[in-house]
Write a protein that binds this ligand. Structure first.
Ligand code: EPZ
Length: 420
């Protein structure tokens, strides 16, 4: 199994091209199930999760083909020949559940393996299912599978989400695009990936108002059509490399990074002593002087993203003073803490909060990656630390960070992948 070896303590200087957003690309690919025509996506990141979604759509009957030879555009299209999303694919990637809404809206049936819990929490999909039921689908659970059926078209409805779930908003939005009549999703999630999905659906012929707000109004249409859509840059990758600049005391230009997608990350970094200067094509991030501890609480967008919690904890670990980091979105997302403590961090977890007492420097150690964002937090810690860090189980990283070693090495990091 591959490992990543880092010799830390070098300031990063240079430029990193931000890839397309994984969490926008996955629902956008699922949206191809809503039409017989070709959906062409550009700025597609080269990631394991994208390949998993392509495999899932292929077994539903779609052709998924590269366009051109740059490897960054995908054409998806064709007839749906199979409505089952099998356990073997869904267990690898929970976002597989995003085919549920499109399949039931388009062909009136879907059988999707129920995603289990995962290392960051129990992660139920009750809000997805309740929303589809409100649109008139009949939903049942049997043998570990969700079965959703509809006689004819789904019917528009007003759906008030008790929590602004990203996935539930996406599934309901895609289903509502083809429903009969008007659907309102109140307390909808407002993450930029949802705006991107909505923009693509509009390009495909959907009628959606309120994009970017917590109230989406969808007037269903009978058919959607082909379109070409560019995936937005990955805001979490942007934030992650911003932390890399800060913790190494360097300066990075993040090409394509968009400040308006970073939400509360900008204020937190600024309070901690990091400069972020936007221009028309990206951001430049550098450290002003020392770093200061700042409290952080994760929240739905535009609050501080849970997908940046592990990374900001690394920054707080080497900042002066203490910081309280509170996780409100997932119940078990502190698996990186014992690993960071092995590198000399001083973090104590109390329920949903962690007290981080800054230390002058981390020290390299062998550590174990447990999920995507925990893994990248160990990369950041390794870059900041004195000495060698060896990260095990790096396959998690390949699910969501494109060419992480190449991008960092080009900015002066001593980082390499080692086999076995
Ligand atoms: C999306 O997951 C992202 N994944 C996650 O990114 C991200 O952490 C999360 O949104 C929050 O921003 C993709 O976009 C593919 P949610 P999702 O539904 O849609 C509870 C990463 O590292 N909930 O907003 O699954 C749930 O258990 C990943 O890239 C219900 O109770 O997130 C959680 O506590 C990890 N019932 C909270 O809501 C439901 O039916 C937020 O989940 C749905 C969710």
């Amino acid at each position: 199994m591959d490992k990543i070896r880092i010799q830390g303590g070098r300031p990063l200087e240079g430029s990193i091209a931000i890839s397309g957003a994984k969490n926008a690309g996955l629902p956008l690919m699922a949206a191809a199930l809503l039409t017989d025509e070709r959906l062409v996506l550009t700025n597609v990141p080269r990631l394991e999760d994208i390949r998993t979604m392509a495999a899932l759509l292929a077994q539903h009957g779609l052709a998924v083909e590269p366009v051109g030879n740059a490897g960054r555009a995908l054409a998806l299209g064709g007839r749906i020949s199979n409505t089952e999303a099998p356990y073997d694919i869904v267990r690898k990637m929970r976002a597989s559940v995003l085919v549920l809404g499109p399949l039931v809206a388009r062909v009136g049936e879907a059988r999707v393996s129920l995603p289990g819990g995962c290392s960051i929490g129990t992660r139920p999909v009750d809000l997805h299912l309740k929303g589809l039921e409100q649109l008139g689908a009949t939903v049942s659970l049997d043998g570990g599978y969700i079965t959703a059926t509809a006689k004819g078209r789904l019917k528009g409805a007003t759906i008030v989400l008790p929590f602004p779930s990203v996935g539930a908003t996406e599934n309901i939005l895609m289903a509502a695009a083809l429903a009969d009549g008007q659907t309102v999703i109140a307390n909808a999630a407002r993450e930029p990936e949802i705006g991107d999905l909505a923009a693509c659906l509009v390009a495909m012929g959907a009628r959606i108002e309120g994009i970017g707000t917590d109230r989406l109004t969808i007037d269903g249409v009978a058919h959607l059509y082909g379109a070409t859509h560019a995936i937005i840059p990955d805001r979490i990758e942007t934030g992650t490399y911003a932390v890399a600049a800060a913790v190494t005391g360097g300066s990075l230009r993040l090409e394509g990074g968009r400040i308006e997608h970073l939400g509360a990350v900008v204020r937190t970094l600024s309070d901690a002593g990091v400069d972020i200067v936007p221009d028309e094509a990206g951001l430049t991030v550098s450290r002003r002087n020392g770093l200061h501890g700042t409290d952080v609480m994760t929240e739905p967008f535009p609050g501080f993203p849970t997908d940046m919690q592990a990374q900001i904890m690394v920054l707080m670990s080497v900042a002066e003073g203490a910081a309280m980091v509170t996780e409100t979105v997932f119940e078990n997302r502190f698996m990186h803490v014992p690993e960071l403590n092995r590198m000399g961090a001083r973090i104590n977890v109390h329920g949903a909060s962690a007290i981080v007492r800054g230390v002058p420097q981390l020290s390299g150690a062998p550590v174990m990656a447990t999920d995507l964002r925990a893994s990248v937090s160990l990369v950041l810690a390794g870059l900041a630390a004195k000495g060698e860090t060896l990260i095990n189980r790096v396959y998690h990283l390949d699910r969501g960070y494109e060419a992480v070693e190449e991008k960092l090495a080009a900015c002066g990091a001593r980082i390499e992948r080692v086999g076995g």
